[in-house]
Ligand binder design. Structure first.
Ligand SMILES: [Zn+2]
Length: 306
């Protein structure tokens, strides 16, 4: 069983009209691939192009919500929408759970009504920013590196009340620490270790330790340039991040957030969802069966807000 905390299928379906989730094809994550590789829970992010004018953003987010229900959920009787841990526990053996998440709050502008509406439509995890600054905080690639704004704080408090995840994966370091102080349910859906690969999107050791302390989970990600500062990283390089986070005490706090369909380049062997089969095989060589099950599935489920 696999829990994958991040993919960008909805963005691709919105922007490339000839793509289909139901058919095998160019998407990294398709219905068939999820079935073949033993997926149990897949998160689908709402992600908006940064070039979209502000007046179009909320509607574009709603379009992706519609794609989630029309193209992922409706055509497949064995796909169930997840909005709580109980929903995951209630999945039948042949069923796959799908989770709607929000990658960056650009869509809500400065309007908590829009946030609450997206939650009511099924969003279970909210990243405050993408890479750059918005009305909530600075993202990881924003050179100013500021923390949460007053509105950003309001959003985190709202997420606490709604009992859903606050995703720290794209935040600036300062905003990360502001969130860790405030958030009841922090999560890092797709980030790796900065010590192994010094990219601003990755997490430093003290950040990883703080997430572990807060009962959080870190979804290690297959993005090649977050794995190694090298043109062609390998699966072995990726496994180093698993080792490293375990070494920091994260055995029960690491999972995977592939970023499939959000990346143009992939690690050889991890080039589509089927890559999980090879990853699981390699993990089996280095870890016990129960450890591998925890990494692939149980760690994320354990800390999914109730
Ligand atoms: Zn991302």
């Amino acid at each position: 069983m696999i829990f994958d905390a991040h993919c960008d299928v909805l963005y691709r379906l919105q922007n490339e009209k000839d793509l289909h989730f139901s058919k095998s094809g160019p998407l990294h994550v398709t219905y068939q691939e999820l079935k073949n590789a033993g997926a149990k829970v897949q998160c689908f992010a709402i992600f908006l192009s940064p070039s979209l004018p502000p007046s179009r953003r909320f509607e574009a987010a709603l379009e992706q919500v519609d794609l989630f229900y029309e193209r992922i959920v409706k055509p497949h009787a064995d796909i169930q929408v997840i909005t709580s841990k109980r929903d995951i526990q209630n999945l039948k053996e042949h069923e796959i759970g799908v989770v709607l998440t929000l990658e960056g709050c650009e869509a809500i502008q400065e309007d908590l009504m829009k946030l609450r509406t997206l939650k009511r439509l099924g969003v279970c995890s909210v990243g405050l920013t993408w890479n750059y600054a918005n009305t909530l905080a600075d993202g990881a690639m924003e050179s100013r590196g500021a923390g949460l704004t007053a509105f950003g704080r309001q959003v985190v408090e709202e997420l606490n009340q709604m009992k859903i995840w606050t995703d720290v994966s794209h935040l600036s370091e300062k905003a990360f620490w502001d969130v860790l102080e405030l958030a009841d349910y922090p999560v890092a859906s797709h980030s790796n270790s900065y010590s192994l690969c010094p990219h601003p999107r990755n997490l430093k050791d003290d950040q990883i330790k703080a997430l572990i302390q807060k009962n959080s989970v870190i979804g290690l990600t297959f993005v090649p340039f977050f794995v190694k500062d090298h043109p062609k990283p390998s699966i072995a390089d990726f496994l180093q991040h698993v080792d490293y986070v375990c070494g920091l005490g994260g055995e029960f706090h690491l999972g995977f957030g592939s970023d499939f369909d959000g990346i143009d380049e992939t690690i050889p062997g991890l080039d589509s969802f089927q890559g999980y089969l090879q990853l699981a095989e390699l993990l089996d060589k280095h870890y016990s069966a129960s450890q591998v099950e925890n990494f692939l599935y149980h760690n994320f489920v354990r800390y999914f807000p109730d």
